[in-house]
Design a protein around this ligand. Structure first.
Ligand code: GSH
Length: 223
């Protein structure tokens, strides 16, 4: 077997899931190392040297260690054609704006719903969840309306760094119980939902589901 090009530091069903999907789509050799969270590995000097905040994921690349999911995805798309519209292509502008929309308006509030006490202390947690859950509902509806209007190729024609990113965010939100204000499932997204349902059947998604030890319906019936 050839030497892996990348090493992904992962923890099951965390943001490393997104990078794992993108890595699998590149077709490149990659190694995986599960982070020993209970042993405090995120705070170890070796891990902090890769990721100064001690978060997941981190990845070793031929150009050095990288962190931040969205940056890693873009880096992979630059090195492996076909995962995002190429620079200079007609679709690049729309792709970039919705990609960064996802980073700031979907992923960031989602993290605040999962860790509300980190925003303004435990006493404000319920207010943070209520506020950010409403934002998430609004922002996902806006994305879904865009997909209904435009059905861009980088979403509907084949898997991309955008589709795996958004797919895993929906996966996590679908895990909230019925009635939770932040619950969002593929059934709530009439345009995006069918695209994610298609995406989860691709070989890359099926391989990653196996590797993560989760149901093959990673987006439509995640938990
Ligand atoms: N903006 C970062 C967020 C990374 C992040 O918060 N990862 C979570 C897992 S999904 C984590 O490391 N949590 C452990 C902790 O915060 O202690 C990214 O996209 O990579």
């Amino acid at each position: 077997m050839s030497r892996p090009v990348y090493t992904l530091y992962f923890s099951p069903d965390s943001a490393s899931f997104i990078v794992r999907l993108a890595l699998r789509l590149t077709g490149a050799e990659f190694a995986e190392r599960q982070i020993d969270r209970p042993a405090g590995e995120l705070d170890s000097p070796a891990y902090r040297a890769m990721h100064p905040l001690g978060k997941i994921p981190a990845i070793e690349t031929p150009d050095g260690p990288m962190f931040e999911t969205a940056a890693i995805l873009m880096y992979l798309a630059e090195r492996h054609a076909g995962l995002a519209p190429a620079q200079g292509s007609a679709e690049r502008a729309a792709f970039l704006k919705w990609y960064f929309y996802t980073v700031t308006n979907l992923h960031a509030p989602l993290m605040q719903v999962f860790y509300p006490e980190r925003v303004a202390g435990a006493e404000c947690a319920a207010a943070v969840v209520a506020h950010q859950a409403a934002k998430l509902q609004e922002h996902f509806a806006i994305l879904d309306q865009m997909v209904a209007r435009d059905a861009p190729d980088w979403l509907s024609a084949k898997p991309s760094i955008f589709s795996v990113y958004v797919g895993v965010l929906v996966r996590w939100l679908s895990g909230f119980p019925a009635g939770h204000p932040a619950r969002i499932t593929t059934a709530d997204l009439p345009a995006l939902g069918p695209i994610l349902a298609q995406l989860e059947t691709c070989p890359a998604a099926q391989d990653v589901a196996k590797a993560e030890g989760c149901a093959p319906t990673i987006f439509t019936a995640a938990y």
